[in-house]
Structures are given as structure tokens and as C-alpha cells.
Design a protein. Structure first.
Length: 82
């Protein structure tokens, strides 16, 4: 399990049997959002991206900077899945 805390977002991850970390929940300030589903994931040379559905019905894109181990939320949508 890994935790990262930057810019008001703290992401908690689980490392599966292959050692790849996936976010399971995150905090926006004091508010906990449980990740119900990872809708998509992709890589660029320095970052990993996760499009997730939260238990609040929101869709989020979380970005992990591999070199600095910092997380950002790059998108939030409160409506139906996009």
C-alpha cells in the first residue's frame, strides 16, 4: 500500500501480484472518495494516468508523476460517466 500527499490530494494504492500499483481511494482535503472502478489507464514517459469512478458518482482523472511520486487530479466530472 502506498500513500502520496500533494496539493490537497492524497492517493492510497494497492500493489497487485504483478507489483503494479493501482489507486483504491483518495482524499480531497478531508473528503474520502472510494474508487469503485478504474475505467481506463494509460502511460506517458513520465506519468501514469487513471480514469476512475468514485463512490460519489464522479469521474476523475488522477495523474501520478513517477519521478516525484506526486499525484494530481487533472479532471473531475460530476455527471454520468464520460
Amino acid at each position: 500500500m502506498n500513500q502520496s500527499d500533494t496539493s490537497g490530494i492524497r492517493v492510497i494504492c494497492y500493489a497487485g501480484y504483478r507489483g503494479e500499483e493501482s489507486p483504491t481511494r483518495f482524499y480531497l482535503g478531508e473528503r474520502l472518495v472510494e474508487i469503485e472502478d478504474i475505467l481506463d489507464r494509460w502511460l506517458d514517459p513520465e506519468r501514469r494516468y487513471f480514469k476512475v469512478k468514485g463512490d460519489d458518482g464522479g469521474t476523475y482523472i488522477l495523474r501520478h508523476d513517477v519521478k516525484t511520486d506526486k499525484w494530481d487530479m487533472t479532471m473531475y466530472h460530476s455527471g454520468p460517466e464520460i
